[in-house]
Design a protein around this ligand. Sequence first.
Ligand SMILES: NC(=O)c1ccc[n+]([C@@H]2O[C@H](COP(=O)([O-])OP(=O)(O)OC[C@H]3O[C@@H](n4cnc5c(N)ncnc54)[C@H](OP(=O)(O)O)[C@@H]3O)[C@@H](O)[C@H]2O)c1
Length: 298
Amino acid sequence: MAEDSTGHSVGGTQTAFLEPLELLYEEAGQPRFDLPPALATAYGGDLGFALPCVYANFVTSIDGVVALGPEYPSSGSAISGREPTDRFVMGVLRACADAVLIGAGTLRATPGHQWTPDHVCPQAAPAFAELRRNLRRAAQPKLVVVTASGDLPTEHPALKSDALVATTVEGARRLEGRLPPASTTLTAGEGSVLRMADVLAVLHARGHTAVLTEGGPHLIGNLLREGLLDELFLTTSPVLAGRAETSRPGLITGLELLPKQPAWADLISARRRDSYLFLRYRLRSSGARVGLRSEVAM
Ligand SMILES: NC(=O)c1ccc[n+]([C@@H]2O[C@H](COP(=O)([O-])OP(=O)(O)OC[C@H]3O[C@@H](n4cnc5c(N)ncnc54)[C@H](OP(=O)(O)O)[C@@H]3O)[C@@H](O)[C@H]2O)c1
């Protein structure tokens, strides 16, 4: 089997494109999507979600950094070291999703990226396609970009294939005539922050009940403020990122939870590959922050 520069197996047959993740812990009774054998083998077991579900996937350094700062594009790749197993997990989570939800900051910071399973793990593309067929999903998850300002890099390749841009009246005005024809705009409010419950309601109405969010930290903060995040997949990459004068956010920006509103979580599963940890949490506060929804600035 071929190996990449890090010595990891990347080629070979469809059933052995990756050395399996080591399962350290899994809560009993998890929903199961019946992953195709190639995916289940590589993931170290089955995977599924009780729908509707909003689940996030992030990679963090040991010292809690998820973004290196505006001067560094594609922070996630730098933090993960482009670890093939992390890219596989990203891929399998995308393959389970009806829609991938990101904030405009993440789109602006990640030039050339496509938020599809195949883009991050092309060797598993046939197995991802099989899973999506089994789940009766569209061929690829729909990319949903949230922006109040409408300040998007409209030439970004991810907007060229059927993306949905959720924005404000002002953002829609700014984007008018600038988006590629394949993308559409959803006007979901006014002001500087959209109610994410409204955006998710539109997605649910369109049948998108498995919603993966890949952030970034501002969007996660907004989802948590409204009690809308159900699960978190967190890869801990074995690296220290450090902080100096620049802003290097952790998972959440724009929202303080502790000490008044701690968002406790339960560990659902833990997996390992070399020194990388792949953790899955269920947020206990999911749905419980409804009372805070009216505090969202509009
Ligand atoms: N380590 C990882 O796994 C990971 C994952 C994702 C991102 N990142 C990194 O995170 C950094 C970006 O951070 P970020 O916090 O700026 O990203 P972000 O949350 O993706 O983007 C923030 C922007 O999204 C829009 N937005 C978010 N919530 C909104 C709401 N409720 N209503 C309206 N607009 C909303 C706003 O766009 P407008 O300004 O256009 O109004 C806001 O300024 C990048 O460096 C990226 O690489 C890392």
